[in-house]
Design a protein around this ligand. Structure first.
Ligand code: HEC
Ligand code: HEC
Ligand code: HEC
Ligand code: HEC
Length: 358
């Protein structure tokens, strides 16, 4: 693993040790089973999307995760029975989707449509309504809990709620990963997760479902990439601010978890530093006001003693900046990014390769 260049390992440990009484944003909650409809309710109209989802790890995990040795180990450490992994809210909120069937709550999928787009019960009949204009549809369904892709922020925020783990003890005590190594929004969306199948047909009140996957428009790619950095920074900073365990031992030596990695706080502090470095390098070419404000916020709240509360509130403000950025830009002017974006490789999981081989 690379030693961060901005601050040494030691310094991170020393400054984090005294974080006090952090105030954290709420942890990701499970999608309310009273308002979910399940995959089958999308299939009729979005068949190509459902089929592409079925090949992704988000879907195939349903048959693998709860039976894995790794999951059983984690459950054991937190005193949970292995057979409740797929039903206990502490895992369900990130790994599964539940529905109310015959008045009993049942786990019906792993990470599914409604994990990202929101429980559909209240918006399904409105989101495609031909009697409303597109902007009326979008504002109505957003108010009813739909994460509509009209703005990158609305759909992207869900990715970070799950991929930046928000539970320190799950990591430090039970050995759960702290984060998804190398998570970057555009490349992680552009691989097996990508499901852009809608096409706009002239004169039609609503888009139609095409059978061929559509490319992500270049301006949209820029927005996904740039919004992703702000959201990632917000979530990782929040994770640091919410940490309580000492990252160094009494001798000042960095604590190592059984998997060889440093503690939750240090792993997230390293991510914060990497993101700041990347954003600083991009900023002169792009001149994004929200980037300037976010960088200033991080700089005015060093990762130091007693700043847990400030880091958590800086994180909330950066999340607000991400939303503002995503709503007030269409990506058209950030052409300076294109070379960099072309070099990003779409992220595929191993399960995708396995499925493809079958
Ligand atoms: C009866 C057909 C129908 C069903 C059922 C349906 N959709 Fe849609 N959906 C559409 C149509 C048509 C559009 C295009 C709306 C537009 O152009 O604004 C759409 C748009 C969307 C969009 C927004 C895409 C965009 O940018 O315009 C999302 C997200 C979405 N659907 C998700 C779902 C999910 C999730 C389900 C299942 C819970 C579902 N839909 C069920 C027909 C349907
Ligand atoms: C905050 C969201 C979140 C919660 C809560 C959560 N997980 Fe995870 N989990 C993830 C993500 C995201 C990954 C994928 C990490 C990666 O990309 O390597 C993951 C990966 C895993 C893995 C694979 C680890 C490996 O070494 O390959 C196991 C096993 C697992 N989780 C079990 C659990 C169990 C059991 C629970 C409940 C006690 C749980 N998780 C709770 C988000 C979560
Ligand atoms: C509800 C929580 C949740 C949300 C929301 C979510 N993910 Fe995931 N994602 C997971 C979990 C958990 C895994 C790992 C599953 C496993 O290993 O069994 C995963 C796996 C993946 C993988 C496969 C990675 C690999 O190498 O195996 C990709 C790619 C991915 N997610 C991208 C995204 C993107 C992009 C978004 C947002 C558009 C997103 N995820 C939203 C929980 C989530
Ligand atoms: C991992 C999170 C995630 C999951 C799971 C997910 N979506 Fe999406 N969805 C997104 C994101 C993010 C976008 C916006 C993509 C973009 O910016 O180009 C999107 C876009 C869409 C669109 C618009 C596509 C277009 O061509 O413009 C539709 C329709 C849609 N999703 C429906 C579904 C359905 C149906 C499912 C379940 C089979 C599903 N989604 C599962 C995150 C997700």
């Amino acid at each position: 693993m690379n030693t961060p260049k901005l601050i040494s390992w030691h310094l991170i440990g020393a400054v984090l040790i005294a974080l006090l009484a952090p105030i954290c944003q709420a942890q990701r909650a499970p999608v309310d089973a009273a308002h979910t409809l399940g995959i089958e309710s999308c299939r009729d109209c979005h068949e190509a999307i459902v089929e592409s989802w079925e090949r992704s790890k988000h879907a195939t995990s349903f048959n693998t995760l709860a039976n894995s040795e790794a999951a059983h180990q984690i459950a054991k450490f937190i005193g949970m029975k292995a057979d409740s992994i797929a039903t206990n809210a502490s895992c369900v909120r990130c790994h599964y989707m539940q529905e109310k069937l015959a008045s009993a709550v049942q786990t019906t999928a792993a990470v599914s449509c409604e994990s990202c787009h929101g429980g559909a019960e209240q918006w399904i009949d409105i989101h495609n309504s031909k009697s409303l204009t597109r902007s009326e549809r979008i504002s109505k369904v957003s108010a009813l809990g739909m994460n509509h892709p009209a703005w990158v922020f609305a759909t992207a925020k869900a990715c970070f709620e799950c991929h930046v783990i928000d539970d320190e003890q799950l990591v430090n005590k039970a050995g759960h990963p702290a984060l998804s190594d190398g998570f970057e929004l555009l490349s992680w969306y552009a691989g097996e997760v990508k499901h852009n199948f809608l096409v706009t047909k002239e004169g039609k009140p609503v888009k139609s479902n095409g059978h061929d996957p559509q490319p992500i428009p270049t301006a949209r790619k820029r927005m996904i990439f740039l919004t992703g950095k702000l959201l990632h920074l917000a979530h990782s900073l929040c994770a640091v601010g919410c940490s309580e365990d000492a990252p160094v031992d009494k001798a000042g030596k960095l604590v190592r978890l059984p998997n060889g990695k440093p503690t939750y706080a240090v792993q997230h502090a390293q991510t914060v530093q990497r993101l700041i470095k990347e954003m600083r390098e991009l900023q002169p070419k792009l001149g994004i006001p929200e980037y300037a404000q976010a960088l200033a916020l991080v700089e005015s709240n060093p990762l130091t003693t007693g700043h847990g509360k400030d880091l958590a509130s800086a994180a909330m403000e950066i999340k607000r900046l991400a939303e503002q950025f995503s709503k007030s830009n269409d990506g058209s002017k950030f052409t300076a990014l294109d070379q960099l974006l072309e070099s990003l490789k779409p992220h595929e999981s191993n399960s995708k390769e396995n499925v493809a081989k079958r």
